[in-house]
Ligand binder design. Structure first.
Ligand code: PLP
Length: 398
């Protein structure tokens, strides 16, 4: 069957048509429990009434004007992000990769205007994922994403995750900063030790480097805290966010301190769509909910519940699963069978999950998930594991 779409994705056969909360319904009428949440994007689930209202209200007023004019929604959303983070300033984008591009440019310009134009390189980490633009595939360093796309963009030096000596050894007079995900998502739900982030902060302070966090996946409540680094006592100078902040509307942001953003003066950067009124209405609506007093405690409680439930499933299916990773509602199951097989078996049982590096299956439910839905997901995962065990047993005996 030929399709008019680029064949860059190996897609599952299902076609979701509508959703409500943690549930998706496909065009053929099947219902799926969505523990992928559009890869950690649908933070408030599908068709959340407050987001639907915000978007449709705005849609009747004004969609787009460009950044040639004032956009009041940008000011309010930026102010709320600033009030709740280390940052003083925000730049809005349409995606995570664009937020990272802005972060990289911000770091380079900081040194440029500080009289060190030679400092343009960033140290990044093995297993990282920062997006699919030419600069962000270079930052991520994954060979599969770089192959065939011409010379790798200059300026990224990769070291093993958690290896402070390797970071120190990689610093040269050209180093501008360090870029890290506090919890690696695509890399396999690898939580970075808080002590390591504190060591990086100290190192950056000593060497005049900028610390950049990529919280595109782990931010906006995903780990049970507004940002994953909120509990590690090591603040960045610059941070990229996206995914959850738009709840499904394309929205990202680069946040920075006034000092770190000192090079981003008039005319140095721009975007046509970034921060448009529709995106700002939705971003503000997401924060209305996420900043409610009982929201993050709910995420933590559900994270704990899911973690306990999964521990039991690992125990009873030790031929399929070997390890639980992650924080809050950003959890990963390291598999003993190919993770693609487990994801396919889950789909058969009506549970959507997402693969990741290191043979991990990610569980990223909407943050509004309930205990009943967690129990339902667990029962479906249990059946998926049992199905795989039966299949593998059959292979062995035939
Ligand atoms: C998804 C992701 C990105 C890229 O975001 P896009 O919106 O796909 O460009 C960057 N960094 C991390 C950690 C991500 O998970």
């Amino acid at each position: 069957m030929s399709s008019p779409i680029y064949q860059t994705y190996a897609r599952y056969g299902i076609a979701p048509e509508k959703g409500e909360g943690a549930w998706l319904e496909t065009t053929d009428g099947r219902r799926f429990l969505d523990f992928g949440a559009g890869i950690a994007v649908n933070a408030l689930g599908h068709a959340h009434p407050h987001l639907v209202e915000a978007l449709t209200n705005q849609a009747g007023k004004l969609w787009h004007t460009s950044n040639l004019y004032q956009v009041p929604g940008q000011v309010s959303l930026a102010q709320r992000l600033v009030d709740n983070t280390f940052a003083d300033l925000a730049f809005f984008t349409n995606s995570g990769a664009e937020a990272l591009e802005c972060a990289i440019k911000t770091a380079r310009r900081y040194h440029y205007v500080s009289g060190h134009p030679e400092r343009f390189r960033l140290i990044t980490f093995e297993g990282a994922f920062h997006g699919r633009t030419l600069a962000t595939i270079a930052a991520g360093g994954k060979e599969q994403y770089l192959e065939g796309f011409g010379p790798k963009t200059e300026g990224f030096d990769q070291v093993p995750l958690g290896d402070l000596e390797a970071v120190k050894a990689a610093i040269t007079p050209e180093t501008a900063g360090i870029l890290i995900e506090p919890v690696q998502g695509e890399g396999g739900v690898r939580t970075v030790e808080p002590a390591f982030l504190r060591q990086l902060r100290k190192l950056c302070d000593e060497r005049g480097l900028l610390l950049i966090y990529d919280e595109v996946q782990c931010g906006v409540g995903r780990t049970g805290h507004l940002f994953a680094h909120d509990v590690v006592n090591a603040e960045p100078d610059i941070m990229a966010i996206a995914k959850g902040i738009g709840g499904g509307f394309p929205l990202g942001a680069c946040l920075a301190t006034t000092e770190a953003a000192s090079g981003m003066t008039k005319g140095t950067h721009g975007t046509t769509y970034g921060g448009n009124p529709l995106a700002m209405a939705v971003g503000n609506a997401v924060l209305d909910v996420v900043l409610q007093e009982d929201f993050l405690p709910h995420v933590r409680a559900m994270g704990l519940k899911l973690r306990q439930t999964l521990a039991g499933i690992i125990d009873s299916h030790s031929d399929v699963l070997e390890e639980l990773r992650g924080e809050g509602l950003m959890l990963g199951l390291k598999c003993k069978v190919p993770n693609t097989e487990l994801a396919a078996a889950c789909l058969e049982e009506g549970l959507l999950v997402v693969g990741a590096g290191e043979n991990v299956v990610r569980l990223l439910p909407p943050l509004i998930i309930t205990e009943t839905e967690i129990a339902e997901a667990a029962s479906r995962l249990d059946k998926a594991c049992a199905r795989l065990e039966a299949e593998h047993l059959e292979e062995q005996t035939s």
